[in-house]
Design a binder for this molecule. Structure first.
Ligand code: FES
Length: 376
């Protein structure tokens, strides 16, 4: 495939350092079959990836996982990223973030930390993560403040904690958070496996939106609250990843280069590995990064749609999961002939205006469940 002639550089590099994680969240965005990925890049590999990404023009560098603190070389990688001129961001559950490590990360030049909570209550936080981490996360939040970082809190929302949104915001305010990201579950990976368990009702989503609007009016700039609406409840798709191969370059623990977090599960992409090519080559010339650039790949109704420059036809991974064709319109779009599939999922979450009971248990992210999913 010919590369698109004028490809802008990536804006950010996401370094998924490891799939190892002490938590077991049923909405984890790591691939369900992560247990089949055994080899992790070495420190030297990551240093080369960072140099090449910076030379390509990337300016933001996120360290995520799994839990990136599981890597002993995190401080070294952060320091190298900082010296290269990246704005560096750590995305963490907080597990492993001691005062000692935080001091070293600060000295290394870490710019920003995003700390996740699962809920405002110990019971639900610890149930969803299958760990006793609620109190620890609160201590880590205080440490982050003590080291003079802006406190950026993240909480994934779903049917179990949407009714707690007011208490989640109160907790964020108590902990001195400057930013709170309330990210409604997007249904990929483990979350797709647990969709029936996580899907809220439309009333839950609207009520939570109203709570957020009320808090925003009351607290002003004390804490900026971002409420990411679940795309299932919209009638137009999200501009996933800001466009395929447009701003995002992810590198997985085994060196696969990813145009989006979930690209590993898309068939036929022939994802490139950083062991086989330079990042510049991957970004500009690989089949995977060019597969959905521009609009030449689009089908009806996207091809003739005046909104295609805004939403790029939506999410390729969602199109594949729900339409069986990664080049189809994202079924979230009301113009898609498959929109009924989204509506059916919402209806099945709701019985007579209330949450429908779910028969089967939640599938937690565990190595054992991942091995089953990947046929090991
Ligand atoms: Fe892959 Fe949206 S998550 S394109």
């Amino acid at each position: 495939m010919e590369p698109i002639a004028t490809v802008a550089p990536p804006y950010w590099l996401l370094a998924e350092l490891t799939y190892r994680c002490p938590l077991h969240c049923p909405f984890c965005y790591n691939p369900v079959g992560y247990a089949a990925v055994r080899d992790e890049l070495t420190t030297a590999d990551w240093l080369r990836v960072m140099r090449e990404a910076r030379a390509l023009g990337a300016v933001q560098l996120g360290f995520s996982g799994g839990e990136p603190l599981q890597r002993d070389d995190l401080e070294e990688l952060v320091g190298a990223g900082h010296r290269l001129g990246f704005y560096t961001n750590l995305i963490t559950s907080g597990v492993g973030l001691t005062a000692g490590r935080l001091a070293t990360l600060k000295t290394a030049g870490l710019d920003h930390i995003q700390l996740s909570f699962q809920d405002s209550t110990r019971e639900l936080n610890d149930f969803l993560s299958s760990t006793r981490t609620f109190e620890l996360k609160k201590k880590v939040a205080a440490l982050i403040k003590a080291f003079d970082y802006p406190m950026v809190m993240n909480c994934v929302l779903h049917r179990h904690n949407l009714p707690h949104v007011d208490r989640i915001i109160d907790m964020a305010l108590e902990l001195g958070a400057e930013y709170l990201e309330l990210a409604n579950t997007q249904y990929y990976g483990w979350a797709m496996k647990n969709r029936a368990q996580l899907m809220p009702t439309r009333d839950q989503v609207r009520a939570a939106e109203q709570v957020v609007a009320d808090y925003r009016a009351r607290i002003g700039k004390r804490c900026r609250i971002l409420f990411v609406v679940p795309d299932y409840f919209e009638d137009r798709p999200k501009a996933c990843m800001g466009g395929w191969g447009a701003v995002f370059l992810g590198v997985a623990p085994d060196g696969l280069a990813l145009p989006c977090h979930n690209a590993r599960d898309l068939p036929g992409l022939d994802l490139p590995n950083i062991h086989e090519a330079s990042l510049a080559d991957i970004w500009h010339h690989s089949h995977a990064f060019n597969a959905f650039r521009g609009d030449g790949w689009m089908q009806a109704p996207c091809r003739g749609c005046p909104e295609k420059t805004r939403d790029f036809g939506g999410c390729r991974c969602q199109a594949f999961m729900l339409a069986g064709d990664a080049a189809a319109a994202d079924p979230v779009c009301a113009k898609s002939p498959l929109r009924y599939k989204i509506d059916a999922a919402i209806v099945s979450a709701t019985t007579a205006g209330r949450l429908a009971p779910v028969e089967h248990p939640i599938v937690f992210r565990t190595d054992a469940n991942s091995r089953v999913a990947s046929g090991l």
